[in-house]
Design a protein around this ligand. Structure first.
Ligand code: HEM
Length: 166
């Protein structure tokens, strides 16, 4: 008879192999990369949808949606980081790519810089929403956040293509 610990280890193992198994986009990427990239590709549309509620004066829905999308994105980021650490990072992904290592590294650094700035402005837009609304600055910070999410998404897709398509 299998012990509880063994069963949970087998379960965990199959979940992990699933995460690093073949993806579903038909490229060289593992499953978790396909999933994260797909979510990141949809993120600007989700944020635009949440902003449109503010435009239509549904401020409560706007704020709940923004909090939900932000929290969801942070969870996805942790899932992504875990996956990248386990697989061995950028160098292991670049092994099968035909793109120059330095060029891909440059694009990756560009992408990381944009995503870091975006997550900071995004957190400010969420956690200081009240204060920014009082100052009449919420709209402009929100629009900057949206621009950052779009750029994060586009540069992320660019990195994905360099590592797993070309
Ligand atoms: C808990 C967080 C949030 C709350 C409570 C909140 C609340 C509001 C409120 C009351 C307004 C209308 C006031 C105004 O137009 O000046 C507004 C508008 C707006 N919000 Fe937020 N918001 C939050 C998060 C965000 C985030 C994270 C973004 C960006 C990603 C964002 C983007 C916008 C934009 C662009 C507008 C202007 C819409 C328009 O053009 O009419 N908001 N928000």
């Amino acid at each position: 008879m299998l012990m509880y610990k063994e069963i949970s280890e087998i379960k965990m193992h199959s979940q992990i192999t699933y995460m690093f198994g073949e993806g579903f986009l038909g490229t060289r990427a593992p499953f978790f990369m396909d999933l994260v990239t797909l979510i990141v590709a949809f993120l600007p549309f989700l944020v635009a949808g949440a902003i449109s509620f503010a435009r239509n004066k549904h401020y409560k829905i706007h704020s709940y949606l923004q909090i939900f999308i932000f929290a969801f994105s942070v969870i996805v980021l942790f899932y992504f980081e875990y996956g990248v650490r386990v697989v061995g990072g950028f160098d292991s992904f670049m092994k099968e790519s035909h793109v120059s290592h330095d060029y891909a590294m440059f694009v990756l650094i560009f992408h990381i810089a944009i995503s870091l700035v975006t997550i900071i402005i995004w957190a400010i837009a969420i956690f200081m929403a009240k204060k920014l609304l009082q100052l009449g600055k919420h709209r402009i910070v929100g629009l900057f956040t949206f621009a950052g999410v779009v750029l994060t998404s586009l540069t992320g897709i660019w990195v994905y293509f360099l590592m797993f398509v070309y």
